[in-house]
Write a protein that binds this ligand. Structure first.
Ligand SMILES: C[S@@+](CC[C@H](N)C(=O)[O-])C[C@H]1O[C@@H](n2cnc3c(N)ncnc32)[C@H](O)[C@@H]1O
Length: 226
C-alpha cells in the first residue's frame, strides 16, 4: 500500500470537510468549558487543524488574538466565514501541523482537537514537539486523541502497525489514523511538566456516516502545561 501524497491527502480533507453535517458541527462542550475558564484578555491562541472555525470563534469572542491553521482550503474558507467580523484579531492560514512557522514560546493557548492523530505515529510525535516548542512557557494546550478502542477491527482496515490504521472506506479513506493507549500518554507528552488526561467514551456517532467501525467511541482529552 503506497502512502498518499500531500496534495492527495488535502483533496480528501477538502471533500470530507465539505460534508454537510461536518460543516455545521457546533463547538465541543469540553472545549467550551476550557475556553470558558480562560481570562478574557488579548493573548495569543492557536487552533491547529481549525476545521469549520467552531472553536476559533469562541476564542475570538472572549477577545483573544487567535490563529487557525489547517491544510484544507475548504476548512480555511469555512473558518473565514465563521470568523467574519473578527478579521482584526483572527488569522486563518494554510499550514501543516508537522511544521509550524512560529518562533518558540509564542502561544498562550494551543488547541489540537481531533487533528494530530491523522497520520503515522511519527507525525503525531512531530506535532507534539511543535506544540512544546511554540507554546509559551506559562501557556497550556488542550489536545484530543482517539483511544485504541476507537480503532476498527483488523479485518475492516489496513493496519500499518498495531496502533495505526488506514481506513478503507468513509470520508477519511486512505488517511492514516494513529490510536493511543492510556499508557502512551506519559511517553508522548514527556517534554511537558504537567500532564492531565481524561478518558471519555462518547455515544457512537449517529445521524452521519460513521468514520469507521470503532469498537467504542473512546477519546483522551489531554491538558499539558510547562
Ligand atoms: C477531524 S477535523 C477536526 C477539525 C477541528 N479541530 C474541529 O474540532 O472541528 C481534522 C482537521 O485537521 C485538518 N488536517 C489534517 N491533517 C492536517 C495536517 N497535516 N496539517 C494541517 N491540518 C490538517 C483537516 O483538514 C481537518 O480540517
Amino acid at each position: 500500500m503506497r502512502d498518499l501524497t500531500v496534495p492527495e491527502q488535502k483533496e480528501i480533507w477538502d471533500r470530507r470537510n465539505a460534508n454537510e453535517a461536518l460543516r455545521s458541527l457546533p463547538p465541543d462542550p469540553r472545549v467550551l468549558s476550557y475556553i470558558g475558564d480562560l481570562p478574557q484578555q488579548s493573548r495569543r491562541a492557536l487552533d491547529i487543524g481549525c476545521g469549520n472555525g467552531r472553536h476559533l470563534k469562541q476564542l475570538a469572542e472572549i477577545g483573544w488574538r487567535a490563529t487557525g491553521i489547517d491544510w484544507s482550503n475548504e476548512a480555511l474558507v469555512q473558518s473565514r466565514e465563521t470568523l467574519a467580523g473578527f478579521e482584526q484579531t483572527v488569522n486563518i492560514l494554510s499550514a501543516d501541523y508537522r511544521k509550524l512557522n512560529y518562533g518558540g514560546n509564542y502561544f498562550h493557548v494551543i488547541l489540537a482537537i481531533d487533528v494530530i492523530h491523522h497520520g503515522k505515529k511519527r507525525d503525531l510525535e512531530r506535532a507534539i514537539a511543535e506544540i512544546k516548542r511554540i507554546k509559551a512557557i506559562s501557556g497550556t494546550a488542550l489536545i484530543s486523541l482517539p483511544g485504541i478502542r476507537n480503532a476498527p477491527a483488523e479485518h475492516q482496515a489496513d493496519f500499518i502497525d498495531e496502533q495505526t490504521v488506514v481506513l478503507r472506506s468513509g470520508l477519511e479513506v486512505g488517511i492514516p489514523h494513529h490510536f493511543i493507549k492510556e499508557s502512551d500518554i506519559g511517553t508522548l507528552f514527556r517534554a511537558f511538566k504537567n500532564i492531565s488526561a481524561d478518558k471519555v467514551v462518547l455515544p457512537m456517532p449517529a445521524g452521519m456516516e460513521p468514520l469507521h467501525s470503532m469498537h467504542e467511541n473512546e477519546w483522551y482529552w489531554i491538558k499539558v502545561s510547562g
